[in-house]
Structure formats: C-alpha cells, structure tokens
Design a protein around this ligand. Structure first.
Ligand code: SAH
Length: 237
C-alpha cells in the first residue's frame, strides 16, 4: 500500500520535476549566452544584461527550436520570418538606450522577443507587425507574460504610430531600402533610431539615426547585418 502510494506520488511529481529541470537548463543556457555572446563582446550595461536574463527567449520560438533558443544565431519563427541573434538584439537595444523615462517604437514585432526586452527597460513600448498571424500570436504571448507597458498593432510599420509620437527611440527589425519619412517625423528631438537599410538583397547596414537639437539628422553606420525585408501595405488597423 505504502509502495503504491509512493509510486503514485512519483508519477505525479515526475512531470513537475522534469519541467523544473528543463527550466534550470534554460536558465543556465541563458546565463551562458549573456556571458559569452554579450558580455565578452563588450556590452556590459547591467540593466540590459538583467533584461536579457529575465526574458525567456525559448518561449518566443516554436517547440522544435527551443533547445537552440540561446544559440549565437537567428532562428526561424512562423511565416518565414526570423528572430534576431541575441547579440543583434543587445546591440540594437543598447544603441537606443531605453530607460524608464522613455517611450519606444518597434517596427516588426515578429515573435515579440525584442519588444519584451525593451519592455523590461523602457516606460512604454509600441510595436507594429504587418503579418496578422504573427501579430495576434505575439500579442497573446506578451499579454500572457504579464507585460502591461507594451501596445501592439497590426499594420504597416512604415507609417509609424503617429498618435503616440514622438518616440525617444525607434527600432526597426526589418529592412527597408530607405529610412521611412514618417519614422523620421515621429522621432523626438534628441531621439535615436536604429534601422537596417538594404542596398541590395545581400547588403545591409545597421544605421543609427539621431535627431539633433537643431532638428538635423546624424547618421552613423554601425555594422553589416541581414534582416528580412520591410514589406509595404496590409494596413489592418
Ligand atoms: N523583432 C522580432 C523579429 C522580427 S523579424 C523579434 O524579436 O522576434 C521582422 C518582422 O517584421 C517580421 O515579423 C515581418 O512580418 C515584419 N514586417 C515586415 N514588414 C513590416 C512592416 N512594413 N511593418 C511591420 N512589420 C513588418
């Protein structure tokens, strides 16, 4: 009788235990990612490192990719799109340097991972996704994770989010071939935008665009990157 009870208890506890073990493995993988891919490459801002530690990247990819969620590469998400490599997420976040006073706009919600990292750091995050399926899923996921400072919209991010402008920071995670004028318009004076610009199907540069006190733009090329293209239309607001 006692043995039967013990066996039942073990059976009941096994799933909980294996979940706890895999959570611990994910946490260890996340810590390793931060040390080897972020810290050792020179990004040391403790607030950003803490945000990367908090956001469980494996929840933003499908089950088939969870084991690889903390690898040093981008991963496929649904609809033929990708979630950026952790280092690229870190660079883009650092470049616009969000803090609690800031309001930021993201173009290309995708899985919602970058939005979650931003939400750990900024006061408010506005994010736009053109693909309705991805938009719905990421909105649900971010809500289920308890983020209350993220607003999601389905539509063409080229147009920005005029009603919520100006933004202290803008992050574009899909590549247009020029800087969308509405985004320049919606960037606050003193604000920073980070955006990949594609010169051809294989050549893109990550650009920092600063709006100076005199309203002029200062553009700095950061690094070569490869993002999915920004597509136009499908504005389903
Ligand atoms: N930031 C995302 C990765 C984005 S991949 C993450 O953390 O997971 C780029 C995304 O941009 C894709 O989901 C794609 O559907 C979206 N996209 C492409 N063109 C767009 C546009 N004009 N407006 C908004 N989103 C767009």
């Amino acid at each position: 009788m006692k043995l039967a009870r013990t066996l039942i208890l073990i059976l009941l506890l096994t799933p909980l235990l294996s979940e706890a073990i895999s959570e611990a493995a994910f946490t260890a993988a996340r810590e390793k990612m931060i040390k080897e891919q972020i810290l050792e490459r020179g990004i040391t801002d403790p607030r950003l490192l803490n945000a990367l530690l908090k956001v469980k990247r494996h929840l933003f990819v499908g089950p088939a990719f969870q084991a690889d969620a903390y690898g040093d590469f981008p991963l496929p998400i649904e609809e033929g799109q990708t979630i950026s490599q952790p280092y690229i997420v870190a660079i883009m976040t650092t470049v616009i340097a969000p803090d609690f006073k800031k309001k930021v706009l993201e173009i290309g919600t995708g899985s919602g991972y970058q939005a979650a990292v931003l939400a750990e750091l900024a006061r408010e995050v506005y994010t736009i996704e053109i693909n309705p399926n991805l938009a719905r899923k990421s909105k649900e996921l971010l809500k289920s994770l308890g983020y209350r400072n993220i607003r999601c919209r389905t539509g063409d991010g080229y147009l920005g989010w005029p009603e919520a402008a100006p933004f202290d920071g803008i992050i574009v995670t899909c590549a247009p071939d020029h800087i969308p004028p509405p985004l320049i318009e919606q960037l606050a004076v003193g604000g920073r935008m980070v955006i990949p610009i594609s010169y051809s199907t294989t050549v893109q540069d990550l650009l920092l665009v600063e709006k100076l006190a005199n309203g002029k733009l200062k553009k700095t090329n950061l690094i070569p990157v490869l993002f999915v293209p920004l597509i136009r239309g499908g504005d389903a607001r």
